[in-house]
Design a binder for this molecule. Sequence first.
Ligand SMILES: N[C@@H](CCC(=O)N[C@@H](CS)C(=O)NCC(=O)O)C(=O)O
Length: 215
Amino acid sequence: MKLYIANQNYSTWSLRAWIIFERFNLNAQVTKLSLFTPEFYQTLSAINPAAKVPALVDGEIKVWDSLAILEYINDNYLEGIAWPADKALKAKARAISCEMHSGFMNVRNELPMNCRARRKVIMSDGAKKEWSRIDDIWSEQMAAFPDGWLFGEWSIADAMFAPVVMRAKTYNLPLSELATQYMERVLASQEISTWLAQASEEADIVQEDEAGEPI
Ligand SMILES: N[C@@H](CCC(=O)N[C@@H](CS)C(=O)NCC(=O)O)C(=O)O
């Protein structure tokens, strides 16, 4: 398999797809493209008509969009274990994953992922409201699964929220005790350490993702 991602410092959607390969030791040849460069669009246009990352090539099959890639890997390489087995938990895991995939626009726009930075941003009321919803999701799941991931075992929901944890760290965002517990668990994981180590080797600056002021 070939997985196309972008700058690990900035690319949230890349992280969401990449992390399932790392978590389950799945073999993929990873190609990292620099965001917004001619090479980025040239390479991707042959794989993904939307010319965005992440994109996956598995033989003749091409898959794009983070959640579609996560579902594809789960269905075809993991026998479904990347969603909770329990019907109700699976439904909830899917619901919060889709909530992340399709929402939280203020958080996404105002607080871009910027792994190496420590910055201060004044959040709009809309972003504060969304951040509070994220805190509720994490703390509710930590109350239900104190020693685990969002649903006990690692799931696609954890992939979808991984970049949000990065934002909490970069912008030192307020979190309740239980939500902090989740953030710390994610930050201590092997996958995130590897991602951060690789991101730290990058020198590119994407100015539009350098929000706020350095602390
Ligand atoms: N909903 C898509 C979003 C993909 C996306 O916006 N990727 C960004 C990088 S994080 C991208 O490729 N941007 C390039 C562009 O918009 O030209 C997904 O889940 O994969």
